[in-house]
Each structure stands twice: as C-alpha cells, then as structure tokens.
Design a protein around this ligand. Structure first.
Ligand code: PMV
Length: 317
C-alpha cells in the first residue's frame, strides 16, 4: 500500500510541436500514427499541487476555481489519477495553475498532464525514470509525453501494442537566440478538442493518407536543421508541416477549420515580412492562435508588427 505524503508541487513546461502529432493508432493508450518533434517553452506551463484529502473524490481546481466533479476536465484528471491509485483509497485536492491561456491551442493540456504526472510520482514516492513518466503523461494527453523534457524533444511513436516504447526523448539542449512568439487571436475554449478532431480527420479525410509520409519527411528535416542550426530549414519545415496538418483537417467531414479571419491575416503578415527579408515562420495547433519562430536579433522588428507578441526563449538568454 502506498501512502501519499504531504502536499507536493511540480512544474512542467508547455511545448510547441514543429512536426505535429495528428492521429491515433490506439485511442485508449494515446499511441500516435506518426512521430513528432517539439520545443518546450521554458517557464510557460503548468504548476500543479497535490494535497491528499480525506474525501472520497478528487477535488479539482483550475486557475483558482473549483471545478464540479462532473466537469469534463475534472473527470479527465480523476480518471488519470485512477491509473496511479488503482483500487487504493487515495484522493487529492488537485490545484493546477497555467500561466498560458487554457485550451486555446497553446497546449496547456500537455503541461498540465506532465506536471500532474510529476506530482503523482512525488506524492506516491514512485521514483519512476523519465521515460516511464513520459509514458504515463502520454496516457493523459499525447503531447504531454513531450512536456517531461526541456529543449527539443522527439516523441518516438514506438512499435509495441502496449505502448511501452512510445515516449518522449530529449534532443539538443542548446540553440542560443532561438525565439518563439505567441500571437493570441482568441483565448476562448475551442469548439472541437484535439481528440475528436483527430478522430474525425483519420476517419473522413482521404487526404490524411499522405500525412504520415509528410510527417516522416519533416521529422528528418527538423533533425537535420537542429543538428546544423539551420534556422531557415527549421522554420520552413515547421510551417509547411503545420499547414499540411491543417489541410487534412479542412479536408475532413464535417470540415474542421480552427482558423479565424485574424489567423489568416496574421499568416499573411508573416509571409509579407518574409518577402521583405525577415526570417520569421509560424506554426499552429488545434486552435486559431499562431506561434512565430524567429531569432533574437529580429525580435525588436517583429514587435513593431505584432505589438502584443509574448516571446519566449526556450534555451534562455
Ligand atoms: O496531445 P493532444 O491530444 O492535445 O494533441 C495535440 C495535437 C497538436 O497540438 C495539434 C499537435 C501536437 O503535436 O502538439
């Protein structure tokens, strides 16, 4: 019998995929159809605190607000904790604070489940190695398996049916001056979550058949770009990868379009700046917001065009 210790708190960073994960080969275990590659966002992410309670249900709080036990997020968290507690009588007050907008395509579920995994590992004194923590986090949200690590991270899709070889692997940790900028178009909750979005795409878009090949080619290009610090290759590959993923979504039925008119306007602004010689690229997830990829030397110029840009340097200053 495991005894939960006093309150514990853990942090995990959000991550932005440069080669996206889109499509599951196993929906129970969150096993992906393709490998993906991301960069973790340093201090932007989730702080999760676990306090053992005497109650018979988990008490879930998000950004200072208590959730109803029946709320979707609350249920997801409780089901995730079930994987750790099994049939033991162990319940927690779970307090998660995101310093990024929740559910707006800025991957707060990734940092949330990664921080929760780390906190459960501490609370239950499990002492699991990083790869096992990554596998556990994957069960909460696929992309969470990448948030266990800093810097560039590859999620190896694995071959096994039990998913024990499908986890994040830490890659390069240094790229001074590499910047990410968050262009917030809409911080509201998105209408279609990534789980149902992926399922719809896999089941209805014929175009999806080309996705695993696109992702495999892009993964190779990104590995090369990271090894050679080739920013242009990295930016081009990430942008094309994101647009290819969105093309498969748009080709689903009913159509799945996460963009808003302002998203398209921001894309066009990026293309215009690039035609003027600025090395800036974008990527987008299952939401209307853009994430810009650029280098520190161009930060001031970029801020003139995107005044509200929140910028992060994943590898520090
Ligand atoms: O981990 P999920 O189920 O929230 O899916 C994430 C999907 C994307 O953000 C669109 C792509 C990715 O690799 O992060």
């Amino acid at each position: 019998v495991v005894k939960a210790s006093a309150s514990v708190e853990q942090f995990a960073p959000s991550n932005i995929a440069l080669c996206k994960y889109w499509g599951k080969r196993d929906r129970e275990l969150n096993l992906p159809i393709n490998a993906s590659l991301s960069v973790s966002l340093d201090y932007l992410g989730s702080h999760t605190r676990l306090i053992p309670t005497e109650g018979q249900v988990d008490d879930v709080w998000l950004n200072g607000q208590q959730l109803q036990p029946g709320a979707r997020f609350s249920q997801k968290v409780s089901e995730f904790i079930d994987l750790f507690r099994r049939d033991q009588n162990l319940y927690f007050k779970v307090e998660t604070r995101n310093n990024i907008p929740t559910a707006a395509g800025l991957a707060s579920s990734a940092s949330g489940f990664a921080a929760l995994t780390l906190a459960l590992n501490d609370a239950l004194a499990l002492d699991l190695p990083p790869e096992h923590l990554s596998i556990m986090a994957r069960m909460g949200s696929g992309s969470a398996c990448r948030s266990l690590f800093t810097g560039f991270v590859e999620w190896r899709m694995g071959q096994r049916k039990d998913g024990l070889d499908s986890h994040g692997v830490q890659l390069e940790q240094q790229w001074p001056g590499f910047c990410i900028g968050l262009v917030e178009i809409d911080a509201g909750e998105k209408a279609t979550d990534s789980r149902s979005g992926m399922q719809r795409t896999v089941e209805t878009a014929h175009l999806y058949q080309s996705w695993p090949l696109q992702a495999a080619v892009d993964l190779g290009k990104l590995q090369q770009a990271i090894a050679e610090r080739d920013f242009e290759l990295l930016g081009q590959t990430a942008e094309q990868n994101a647009l290819s993923m969105h093309a498969t979504m748009i080709a689903s039925w009913p159509p799945l379009l996460y963009w808003q008119p302002e998203s398209v306007a921001a894309m066009q602004k990026v293309w215009q700046l690039r035609s003027q010689g600025l090395q800036v690229y974008f990527t987008m997830d299952a939401g209307p917001n853009l994430k810009l990829l650029f280098q520190r030397a161009d930060r001031a110029t970029l801020l003139q065009h995107f005044p509200n840009l929140e910028t992060v340097e994943p590898f520090g200053c």
